[in-house]
Design a protein around this ligand. Sequence first.
Ligand SMILES: *[C@@H]1O[C@H](CO)[C@@H](O)[C@H](O)[C@H]1NC(C)=O
Ligand SMILES: *[C@@H]1O[C@H](CO)[C@@H](O)[C@H](O)[C@H]1NC(C)=O
Ligand SMILES: *[C@@H]1O[C@H](CO)[C@@H](O)[C@H](O)[C@H]1NC(C)=O
Ligand SMILES: *[C@@H]1O[C@H](CO)[C@@H](O)[C@H](O)[C@H]1NC(C)=O
Ligand SMILES: *[C@@H]1O[C@H](CO)[C@@H](O)[C@H](O)[C@H]1NC(C)=O
Ligand SMILES: *[C@@H]1O[C@H](CO)[C@@H](O)[C@H](O)[C@H]1NC(C)=O
Ligand SMILES: *[C@@H]1O[C@H](CO)[C@@H](O)[C@H](O)[C@H]1NC(C)=O
Length: 370
Amino acid sequence: MKLLASLSILLAILSNVSSRPLEAPKLSKRDDCIINTSSFGSISSIQKNCKTIVVENLTVPKGKTLDLSSLKEGSTVTFKGKTTFEYKEWKGPLIKISGKKIKVTGKSGHVIDGDGSRWWDGKGGNGGKTKPKFFAAHKMIDSTIEGLNIKNTPVHCFSINNVQNLVISGIVLDIKDGDSNGGHNTDAFDVGSSTGVTIKDSTIYNQDDCLAVNSGNDITFTNNYCSGGHGISIGSVGGRSNNVVDGVSVSDCQIVDSDNGVRIKTVYGATGKVNNVKYENITLKDIIKYGIVIQGDYENGSPTGTPTGGVPITNLTIKNVTGNVKSTGQNIYILVKNASKWTWSNVNVTGASKIKKQCTGIPSGSGASC
Ligand SMILES: *[C@@H]1O[C@H](CO)[C@@H](O)[C@H](O)[C@H]1NC(C)=O
Ligand SMILES: *[C@@H]1O[C@H](CO)[C@@H](O)[C@H](O)[C@H]1NC(C)=O
Ligand SMILES: *[C@@H]1O[C@H](CO)[C@@H](O)[C@H](O)[C@H]1NC(C)=O
Ligand SMILES: *[C@@H]1O[C@H](CO)[C@@H](O)[C@H](O)[C@H]1NC(C)=O
Ligand SMILES: *[C@@H]1O[C@H](CO)[C@@H](O)[C@H](O)[C@H]1NC(C)=O
Ligand SMILES: *[C@@H]1O[C@H](CO)[C@@H](O)[C@H](O)[C@H]1NC(C)=O
Ligand SMILES: *[C@@H]1O[C@H](CO)[C@@H](O)[C@H](O)[C@H]1NC(C)=O
């Protein structure tokens, strides 16, 4: 009986093998699909031949990108062990992933360590050493990035551009070391020109925006914890090639020890639009500057103080946003022009001792106030 059973299994396997198309990759062994320090030079052929790729204890050579932008449709990339990067002053990115139906994951115990302190000088992307961007998730279609454990990026972490239907979940991004060592502009997720992006169940410690949406549609940011940065932001919007944000939902997030909580900034004198944005169930704790800030006068570093209406903020829902701002900050600051259709409810941001800057441009009947 046993023999017969194994024989029939063998036959099944053989018939399966013989019916396989001829172009099936001729892999001598599964090891061919490991990208490590010794196989790094074969990264192109590995992508050509493998759909299951493991990045294991890789040190990326200086000035090189872990370039996984020619993955076959349906590929899985798993980070295992420690991924590190040799030092060079350059623009990066250190990691680049593109493709259709791609699944990126990390094995438990793995870490992708940017060792950013080698570049940090307090100037971020605005000067000093040229710092490599970290992770370009560009042109990812119907894909997922799940469970990555990332440390100490030199500057911005995820650049999400030109994607369609990407779900990013369970990310731990820990750049706490940057707080005292000159980490700056360490945005966690920058989203542009993308449709259908979900970022959820993630924990972020950084020194700039937890989320920044410059353009895109159908963006969801939910159940995330953001600490140490600049808040959950739309913008800045304006002055780029794509200046339309339409459809962003931020919900069930905590923002802690950050410069701002909820933030929308549109660029002074620019055109575009910010429509259908909703923040719901947001808890703020010990916010330093503004609990909620919406400003239409943005210019990098120095807002003009005069809002312009070329990037109108319309159909904005703020619901159940509660928590505290430190006494030296301001609970809510709004400086906009041409805004309409706002609905604010259950907003209770407290703690700041006074209104330092008056609010202007609030659509009447919206329920919003300073
Ligand atoms: C890289 O992986 C290959 C295949 O598993 C292995 O033979 C080689 O020793 C590894 N190199 C390093 C540096 O770990
Ligand atoms: C990867 O590095 C870890 C820690 O040094 C080590 O325990 C593990 O054996 C390495 N894996 C391989 C395949 O060399
Ligand atoms: C406002 O936004 C909601 C959902 O975010 C949407 O259902 C509604 O159609 C939008 N209204 C307008 C006028 O765009
Ligand atoms: C408000 O949001 C908090 C989480 O931030 C949630 O626990 C609470 O149930 C929400 N309240 C309502 C009335 O939705
Ligand atoms: C906000 O919280 C309430 C109460 O927990 C929940 O019913 C609602 O679905 C939440 N809203 C979102 C958008 O998650
Ligand atoms: C207000 O926004 C509309 C588009 O909704 C635009 O046509 C108009 O020029 C804007 N007004 C100002 C003063 O910028
Ligand atoms: C707003 O929050 C403060 C501080 O937590 C609390 O004392 C107050 O009762 C809240 N107000 C409302 C209307 O819920």
